[in-house]
Design a protein around this ligand. Structure first.
Ligand code: HEC
Ligand code: HEC
Length: 188
């Protein structure tokens, strides 16, 4: 029995750990702080949906008026609109939003479901608008035969249209609105 001291040491360590565990089990619970329960009682969730005011003058609109020391109900998940109705682009180079659902459309190294319909060659079959020529250009403005790697992952730029309310007030005016506005007095 060359390993006798080793076996004795292992047995001792095991015994000690069992003892330490039992001690923790018995005495650890005693010092549990009571305030945990008290704070749970005070933080009843506030319904963030009820007090959301679009364009309101809240300091932090993303919290939708819920005080910082309270927890708000999460707003309901937005529904994707599958209406085929295209939204106007706010400026010419905005990636258009997607007017259809894209659930389950796989885009990975091996296949790109979007290009099944949006490639130039397939566009007529599916009556989809083909991706514009910019999607075939590399960063040196050279035209490639297939979609450029930097335009391959479509949802990097294009998002589906949802019925989500505006999160924060936004004063953006597009160029047509700016041009149509009256010139300021003073002839500037
Ligand atoms: C089954 C065919 C099909 C697939 C797959 C498909 N689309 Fe479409 N897409 C269409 C059609 C058709 C339209 C034209 C509007 C409509 O009828 O919904 C369209 C419209 C669009 C538009 C609006 C273009 C514009 O000028 O406003 C975008 C952006 C778009 N799709 C992106 C995508 C992306 C990104 C994917 C992949 C996640 C995808 N599509 C997958 C058929 C498809
Ligand atoms: C790096 C951002 C980016 C990526 C990635 C991207 N797009 Fe676009 N896409 C745009 C922009 C910006 C426009 C509008 C200006 C233009 O045509 O280049 C656009 C326009 C479009 C249009 C409208 C074309 C037209 O002539 O009206 C379609 C359809 C479209 N993209 C589909 C796709 C599909 C499908 C993919 C994936 C294969 C994709 N896009 C990837 C930025 C992107």
């Amino acid at each position: 029995m060359r390993n006798k001291p080793l076996i004795v040491a292992v047995a001792l360590v095991a015994l000690l750990s069992v003892l330490a565990f039992a001690a923790g089990w018995m005495f650890g619970g005693l010092k549990r702080p009571a305030p945990v329960q008290a704070s749970a009682a005070t933080s009843t969730p506030v319904d963030a949906r009820a007090i959301f005011i679009p364009g309101g003058s809240e300091i932090d609109a993303l919290r939708r008026g819920v005080p910082v020391n309270q927890e708000g109900h999460p707003p309901p998940m937005a529904r994707v609109q599958n209406t085929d109705i295209r939204r106007v682009r706010n400026y010419p180079m905005q990636p258009p939003t997607i007017p259809h659902t894209i659930d389950g459309y796989q885009v990975d190294k091996n296949s790109n479901r979007c290009m099944l319909c949006h490639a130039r060659a397939n566009a007529a079959t599916f009556q989809a608008p083909p991706v514009s020529v910019t999607h075939y250009m590399d960063r040196d403005d050279q035209f490639l035969a297939t979609v450029s790697p930097r335009r391959y992952f479509c949802s990097q730029c294009h998002v589906v249209q949802t019925d989500a309310p505006t999160l924060v007030a936004n004063g953006f005016k597009d160029i047509d609105t700016v041009l149509a506005a009256e010139p300021p007095p003073g002839g500037q």
